[in-house]
Design a binder for this molecule. Structure first.
Ligand code: DLL
Length: 433
């Protein structure tokens, strides 16, 4: 079952011709219409006419989150604001958020990608789709919503939270498809069980899940809980949102919508492009976007690509499940956090040494963060009451900085590990790799 058979099963050679045409047009538009790119490319001495083959993309400098922040909010738009019909922003909390703008046509392109994904999951116009992704600045809610309209399913835009109500609606409305982040999905399943409802009896046919890292064990747990297949959905705000890649019935990697996104894998240390089947950092380019074409964006997500034709018949490249990040970003409860934010927050408070460790765990289904900080000598010997007060102050300061509540533990001076070279500040015990 295909949503767009012609494109999705296009012979590789034709697909590459199409990609080259779209890439050339995108680079020319970015160069002509967006001063930021014009300056960057001029400085790198690379011009639109230098892109004669797909491989020539490697001549272009990368774009990073910092570039997007520097051009906050609309500096990377290629169109006048009157052409922009929707704005989203990333869930990150460092500095300025990343903005993503869409023209009418971009919204349709975005819907096309998620429609293809929902079709890969076996959903169609007979289905009722419960979307637990947040509707708001997060791209998860609306991205799936638009795709669902395109395939003609009935969407329940319930958003995140109110888990018991979620389950009641699921059951009363007869939802057949479910969209969630893996951690929230398991939570829904467990709450249902607690209330004496077996999630298997809800009649869910297919689950789409993503937006955060997970392991095969988590997929197994989700599939066992709900008694159906769970399909991986990947995407990111900068490039548009969910739908960059989605798994088909084979569940052997996510098909990248290659007529819309051009993928590359690079060595995160050298920036050199790597071949197929070699793990590295995913770099993505919007080759079909009017409002805000993002070219060679370093996602920092680690994966690998295969170009082998899939048993489902699709010819588009497949990326494997994300296994980690090449930076130290951690996504906790859907929010992106960098250790530097925690560092800033705790050093603001005082009475502590700049030695700390962030421990992320998932005791049940939800993430928890503990921050261990070395107390200053004075405070450590002052007594429990003083220590507690400092712990609370630090926790409050971190919450102000990141929006996330954490547990803070002060430890004796000089007891946390010291590092030569790059410090390892985060211990992720969620076993998501
Ligand atoms: O998470 C878009 C999305 C919404 C994807 C709904 C899938 C479903 P951001 O909030 O900008 O956008 O976060 C993007 O989340 O760079 C990855 O690190 C991580 N991520 C997204 N999907 C997956 C996935 C949305 N399937 C960042 N597996 C990305 C692992 C994922 N990590």
């Amino acid at each position: 079952m295909f949503w767009n058979e012609e494109i999705e099963t296009m012979p590789r050679q034709d697909l590459e011709e199409l990609q080259l045409k779209k890439l050339q047009a995108t680079i020319k538009r970015a160069f002509d219409k967006i001063p930021y790119y014009n300056k960057k490319y001029t400085e790198a001495e690379v011009f639109p006419e230098d892109i004669e083959t797909l491989k020539d993309i490697e001549k272009l400098p990368f774009i990073t989150k910092d570039d997007l922040r520097e051009s906050y909010p609309f500096g990377l738009f290629a169109v006048d604001i009157k052409e922009i019909k929707e704005l989203h922003s990333s869930s990150g909390t460092t500095g300025k958020p990343v903005v993503s703008g869409y023209t009418e046509k971009d919204l349709d392109t975005w819907a096309e990608t998620t429609a293809r994904g929902l079709t890969m999951m076996g959903l169609g116009e007979d289905d009722i789709l419960q979307n637990t992704h947040g509707y708001g600045m997060f791209t998860g809610g609306f991205g799936v919503h638009y795709g669902s309209h395109k395939i003609g399913a009935a969407i329940i835009p319930i958003s995140t939270g109110q888990t018991r109500r979620q389950i009641e609606i699921m059951s009363d409305f007869g939802a057949t498809g479910l969209i969630f982040t893996p951690s929230y999905g398991i939570h829904i399943g467990e709450v249902a069980l607690e209330d004496g409802i077996d999630p298997k009896d809800l009649g869910i046919k297919a689950i789409g899940f993503g937006a955060e890292m997970w392991t095969e064990e988590i997929r197994q747990k989700v599939e066992e809980l709900f008694g159906c297949k769970a399909f991986n959905i990947y995407g990111l705000t900068e490039l548009m949102g969910p739908g960059v890649g989605v798994e088909c019935e084979a569940q052997e990697g996510l098909h990248i919508a290659e007529d819309i996104y051009y993928p590359e894998i690079i060595d995160p240390n050298t920036g050199k492009t790597l071949g197929a089947n070699t793990p590295g950092e995913l770099v993505l380019t919007n080759i079909e976007r009017e409002g805000m074409p993002v070219i060679r964006f370093r996602t920092k997500d680690l994966t690998k690509l295969t170009y082998e034709k899939c048993s489902c018949g699709r010819t588009h490249a497949r990326m494997s499940r994300i296994t980690g990040r090449s930076d130290d970003m951690i996504k906790v409860k859907g929010v992106a956090i960098f250790p530097s934010q925690i560092e800033k927050a705790l050093l603001k408070v005082g009475d502590v040494e700049p030695h700390y460790l962030i421990i992320v765990t998932r005791p049940g289904t939800l993430d928890e963060i503990e921050v261990k900080v070395e107390a200053s000598k004075d405070i450590f010997f002052d007594g429990v009451k003083e220590m507690m007060a400092v712990q609370q102050k630090i926790a409050k300061s971190i919450e102000n900085e990141t929006g996330i509540r954490v547990k803070v533990t002060l430890v004796e001076p000089k007891t946390l590990p010291r590092f030569e070279g790059k410090a390892k500040r985060v211990i992720d015990e969620r076993n998501l790799h």
